[in-house]
Design a protein around this ligand. Sequence first.
Ligand SMILES: Cc1cc2nc3c(=O)[nH]c(=O)nc-3n(C[C@H](O)[C@H](O)[C@H](O)COP(=O)(O)OP(=O)(O)OC[C@H]3O[C@@H](n4cnc5c(N)ncnc54)[C@H](O)[C@@H]3O)c2cc1C
Length: 341
Amino acid sequence: MKSTETSPSAHGLKKSQPEEYDLVILGGGTGSTVAAWTFAAEGKSVIVVDRKYIGGSCPNIACLPSKNIIHSAKIASYFRRSKEFGITQDGFAVDMSGVRERKRNMVSGLNEMYLDNYRKTGAEFVFGTGRFIAPRTVEAALPDGTTRQLRGENVIVSTGTHAALDAIPGLAEARPLTHIEALELDRVPKHLLVMGGGYVGVELSQAMRRFGSKVTVIDRNERLMSREDKDICEALGNLLADESIEIVLNARIKRVSGKSGDSASVVFEQDGTEKSLTGSHLLVATGRSPNTEGLGLEIAGVEVDTLKSTSACRRPRRAYGQLAKLRAARCSHTSAWMIFV
Ligand SMILES: Cc1cc2nc3c(=O)[nH]c(=O)nc-3n(C[C@H](O)[C@H](O)[C@H](O)COP(=O)(O)OP(=O)(O)OC[C@H]3O[C@@H](n4cnc5c(N)ncnc54)[C@H](O)[C@@H]3O)c2cc1C
């Protein structure tokens, strides 16, 4: 079994001689983690470099923590409706720090489970920020300031995505929440404005409403979850409206002012009229951008192009030359990528 230590500083000395692996994986998200465990279990030498998360977004900041929080919100909604089920109770309170603690415990348990599987399969995991310095060669900058150079017979790039922040005047200055901060709240927002009615915006809107927030969702399209079938969108819109979530559609956001966590205002145009909304918190959920900046993909022989559905988004396009064995897989609604070079 190989080490799963995060900072093997001795490796940093071998700058001119990259360490050789059968498979080097840059970015340890869901797909690439499974690939790492599978190939390592078959006897291949495998190393995964991730700058922050054991297991990537899904178990740490996305799918699983959001479902954990959503489950707490569902319990809150049952408490609120208990009379409907013939159960009486004398009020209840939502303690968001307790909700968060439950989620954090789940995440750390998952991290342990992942590390255990790394140990069992023999795949190596290191924390580090990686970039290509030569074809099939990644340099990982480790947390202790040293570097490791890793050369793979095959290299998988799966660096995932991050929440897109549109170039709307005042938006960045308002320090909006993304799903990451929303899943770490220790208080229920008084009035949450949600920019974007896709699956992230919708699921977090419903959860926060159930915890007791007033929630307003603002979307540029004529219906929520606009990429889904019309009847699904309508049913979902009705469901949210039943829970008194305010939905503002066909709204072009023009500018934002104030600060999320204090007071934030959104000015938008709807049917030719300028309108504004003010809330205590602002959540952006308007799409995802691939993490391709600074990876040195051009050195690896991977071209990137622009994905029109999210702003300023540079996605990997194809590999060429010696590295023509490219298979890029895009998860349709999340812009998730895995590239084999
Ligand atoms: C709030 C939310 C809820 C979601 N819920 C669901 C759900 O219920 N079901 C579902 O199927 N999907 C869900 N998704 C989508 C799902 O999380 C993603 O599709 C999936 O995590 C993408 O996996 P990935 O491997 O492409 O990227 P990631 O899991 O993001 O992995 C990429 C990794 O690369 C690392 N990285 C980036 N750059 C570098 C670098 N230079 N060096 C080293 N490491 C780097 C990152 O730290 C990250 O760990 C949700 C997403 C969000 C945001």
